[in-house]
Design a protein around this ligand. Structure first.
Ligand code: M6R
Length: 612
């Protein structure tokens, strides 16, 4: 939930750390801080964004070749400069940055207070840094050993970097439950919550595994061990990340860039997996588990937020095409409701970041009960990708905007491929129809290109409704999850209250909200039970609601009934979510921009939710 970055080597640390924080700012942005060794341990921190921290330290001469920095999403204590990281120990000789939550911090804090320690912030991290100092003093051990002993006393999740005034050539890092990657340079090390701050300096990385710690000494080899003191050989991997993917590339916001990247990201997600001319659908990552899927008593999809919406589309696809029963669960509910899981169940965990705490915990539970776990993740090497039995990566590329866009359509693309492959094995749809679907799926990226062109009408709609307080999104069948996703996009970046519903459910309650101020977005392509959706539109118009409809191009029936239409190209019903989602993303984007909201970093949110 927070972003951590650290450096040790022979370069000046400050610019590397600040640039790294900018790259990680999507993970949290309520306060930021930096610690360097510059004639002693120096810490600077502030409430607000990384740019506020930059302004605070501008002009200060901070020559240092070692340092740690942090951008925060508050868990313990309000976002202010006292609670911001890094936190120092009482002697002011140690500094720690931390991502995660120390669950037993209260007990540890009480014990430390009894031993005379004072606390200035409300954070769990300040407890950890003082615990390390206390162990160092009392046990007379070196820094890395003190860190190791301390980590054996804490419960909860952490990715930490420890800086010590007395050890200016050493950086200690460790992780449990929160991600951490180490870039290996020439006698130098870059540490970060993900690879984005590292990629421009080195392509050789080590992903820390659960309960791993690394001792990074200037000019020496990386030393890796577990917190149980078992030495490990570091597994150095080559980073496959394109630096340009991390820039806005001329767009005003990452979100807009990512919306426009969707034809590419979907093509990339299908590349090597779909060949319509040859009649091939294959997902190499899960090939060994196809029979398990075919024979599964049921598939349980677990995810959160937008990924959960993709899972709902997956339910329609897998049941419709492959005739396998599917349940879609919020990971946060699943993990605590004592679910019935058997060895014949296959669980599919979906996550863009691959770090979502609830999804990770739900995977652990399902594993414990013997289910097979497959993953659909975007971030290569992420915790979820590593904790599943097998899986397939979406190839959406780094998604920086907090609101998920291209990751969603890439997830839906993978679920579509999976459903088509299982339908082929099970023979649940005629071969000619199956081939027809393959060709249509291949044409989706170019249809998205066409959909992306409808800018003017969407801006006009956004202008018309930018000051309203509520929005309703309605859809049926495959487009019910699209309604949910459209509503989520709007509320998270524009702060307008929005609800998504199956259109027919409207008359069981939400219809009471309809008056001439209420905008209602209908996802109404001319497929499936289109006539029923048209009836639902009539019900809203009869009560003077303002209707914006996503329709199939050329639809004059709905056009004649509603206030605004946005057209999408003709496609098969099961592919309409991939097209209908696009204008809803753009609508949310333009509304948020017109309302002056911070589109890429909406308030209170963070890109990867590593706390439950
Ligand atoms: O990284 P994940 O896909 O596991 O994240 C799940 C949700 O936190 C995420 O989709 C969230 O809802 C987004 N802000 C939606 O735009």
């Amino acid at each position: 939930m927070c972003g951590i970055v650290a450096y040790i080597g022979d370069k000046e640390a400050k610019p590397i750390l600040i640039k790294g924080l900018h790259r990680l700012e999507y993970r949290g942005y309520d306060s930021a801080g930096i610690a360097l060794i510059n004639g002693g341990l120096k810490i600077y921190k502030t409430k607000g964004k990384v740019s506020d921290l930059e302004a605070k330290i501008e002009g200060l001469k901070l020559d240092s070749t070692i340092g740690v920095a942090h951008t925060r999403w508050a868990t313990h204590g309000e976002p202010n400069s006292i609670n911001a990281h890094p936190h120092h120990s009482n002697s002011q000789k140690l500094a720690v940055i931390h991502n995660g939550i120390i669950e037993n911090y209260d007990v540890l804090k009480k014990a430390l207070i009894e031993r005379g320690y004072q606390f200035y912030s409300e954070t769990d991290t300040e407890v950890l840094v003082n615990l390390i100092e206390d162990i160092q003093k009392n046990e007379q051990v070196v820094l890395d050993e003190a860190v190791r002993i301390a980590l054996n006393q804490v419960t909860g999740a952490y990715a930490i970097a420890v800086l010590s005034e007395e050890n200016p050539n050493k950086l200690i890092v460790a992780r449990k439950g929160s991600p951490m990657v180490i870039g290996i340079g020439d006698g130098e090390f870059y540490v970060a919550s993900d690879a984005t701050p590292i990629v421009e300096y080195t392509k050789s990385v080590v992903y820390l595994a659960e309960e791993d710690m690394a001792i990074l000494e200037r000019g020496k080899e990386i030393k890796l061990k577990t917190i149980k003191n078992k030495e490990k050989t570091p597994y150095i991997e080559a980073l496959e990340m394109d630096l340009t993917a991390l820039e806005k590339d001329g767009y005003d916001h990452f979100m807009l860039k990512e919306i426009f990247e969707q034809p590419r990201s979907i093509r990339d997600s299908m590349r090597g997996r779909l060949n319509a001319d040859k009649g091939i659908v294959s997902l190499g990552g899960i090939a060994d588990y196809e029979q398990k899927l075919v024979n599964a008593k049921r598939i349980i999809i677990i995810a959160c937020g937008t990924s959960w919406h993709a899972g709902l589309v997956g339910e329609y696809l897998l049941e419709d095409l492959a005739r396998i029963p599917v349940e879609v669960e919020y990971a946060s509910e699943f993990r605590y409701r004592n679910p019935i899981i058997t060895e014949n169940d296959v669980v599919i965990a979906i996550s863009q970041s691959g770090e979502t705490a609830d999804t990770l915990a739900a995977i652990a539970l399902a594993k414990e009960k013997g289910a097979t776990i497959l993953g659909i993740c975007n971030v290569v090497g992420s915790s979820i990708a590593r904790s599943t039995d097998a899986g397939s990566y979406t190839h959406a590329g780094p998604e920086i905007g907090v609101a998920s866009t291209k990751a969603f359509t890439a997830q839906v693309t993978l679920l579509t491929l999976m459903a088509l492959r299982l339908a082929q094995i099970k023979g649940t749809i005629p071969a000619s129809r199956w081939m027809q679907l393959l060709h249509e799926l291949e044409s989706i990226p170019s249809k998205i290109e066409k959909t992306l062109q409808s800018a003017d009408v969407i801006k006009e709609i956004a202008w018309q409704f930018k000051d309203v307080s509520n929005f309703l999104y309605l859809g049926r069948g495959y487009n019910f999850p699209v309604a949910l996703e459209g509503a989520l996009k709007l509320k998270e970046i524009s702060y307008i209250h929005a609800e998504g519903y199956p259109a027919a459910e409207m008359k069981h309650g939400p219809i009471a909200l309809i008056d001439n101020n209420m905008p209602v977005v209908f996802i109404a392509p001319n497929v499936g039970i289109y006539d029923k959706v048209v009836s639902n539109i009539q019900e809203v118009k009869a009560r003077n609601g303002k209707v914006i409809a996503i329709v199939t191009e050329g639809d004059e029936v709905v056009r004649s009934m509603v206030d605004f239409v946005i057209e999408i190209p003709v496609t098969e019903e099961l592919f309409t979510p991939l097209l209908a989602t696009i204008p809803l993303q753009k609508l949310a984007y333009h509304m948020a921009v017109m309302r002056g909201c911070n589109v890429d970093q909406p308030r209170n949110l963070a890109k990867s939710v590593t706390v439950e």
